[in-house]
Design a protein around this ligand. Structure first.
Ligand code: GLP
Length: 249
């Protein structure tokens, strides 16, 4: 695991956007694994800027998002499909039919999980998986305890996650379940790229990257991945106790 600490949030976001841009430029048909959450909003904003100013070309990309809330149709303003369309897909030259998220409103959610897992395999697997981290230690919506070999499935959200994300739903009720790629599905990606920023993530970041690999902190499974890069700002790196990690700016 490579840990890159940047002196500001903007520099951390810039580095993550550059790593994604490099993948998109190097590979004519990249398969990107994408993430949502507040942290990622500025990553997508930067990629949109790169598309507009530097003609970064997304036309060959296929994308698979990590997760979607159970029960929400893509048209719902709180769905992750809506988030992705608004912040990224509608702003760049990606073909919408090549963008995938689990269907949260599928009539049979177990069958939907199997379909989504199969679709990723048919695309040849994920080349670069972008990840955030939740306060509960989740990646995607893999709440503790999540096994390192878990696959795409329906999960019940941790109370901490509901506390963290409920404000985004305003007066509407946040779903208590979601479909998520499994930890094993994430670990099967060629490369993983985790971004965490801000003091509120410092404790969980230190448990995930310096603590033992445990189902109690699903993100700790990333220590098992052969090509995982973690990008942090100073604040998110604040609780690391080990020797100073690589610093890039
Ligand atoms: C949601 C997503 C996760 C993401 C997390 C972090 O829960 N399902 O994939 O990592 O949010 O959220 P934020 O960036 O808002 O802290």
């Amino acid at each position: 695991m490579e840990v890159l600490i940047q002196s500001s949030t903007a520099a951390a976001v810039e580095l993550v956007a550059e790593i994604i841009a490099r993948e998109v430029q190097a590979n004519p048909r990249p398969v990107l694994g994408l993430a949502t959450g507040r942290t990622m909003e500025s990553v997508y904003a930067r990629l949109v800027e790169m598309h507009r100013a530097e003609r970064l070309d997304f036309s060959g990309c296929r994308t698979f998002n990590l997760d979607e809330y159970a029960g929400l149709p893509g048209a719902d303003q709180h769905s992750y499909r809506h988030y992705m369309n608004r912040l990224f897909f509608h702003q760049v030259n990606i073909e919408l039919r090549n963008t995938h998220l689990p269907h949260g409103d599928a009539p049979d959610l177990a069958a939907e999980c199997e379909r989504y897992e199969r679709l990723i395999q048919e695309a040849g697997g994920i080349d670069l998986q972008l990840l955030g981290i939740g306060q509960s230690g989740h990646i995607g919506f893999n709440e503790p305890p999540s096994e390192a070999n878990s696959r795409t499935r329906l999960v019940t959200l941790a109370p901490e996650t509901i506390r963290q994300n409920a404000p985004l739903f305003g007066a509407d009720k946040m779903p208590s379940q979601a479909i998520t790629l499994g930890v094993g599905t994430i670990l099967a990606s060629q490369k993983c790229l985790l971004l965490a920023t801000g003091e509120s993530k410092a404790g969980i970041v230190s448990r995930a990257i310096e603590g033992p690999v445990t189902t109690a902190v699903p993100a700790s499974a990333l220590q098992l991945h052969p090509h995982c890069t973690v990008v942090l700002d100073e604040a998110a790196a604040g609780a690391l106790t080990g020797a100073p990690r690589k610093r890039f700016d």
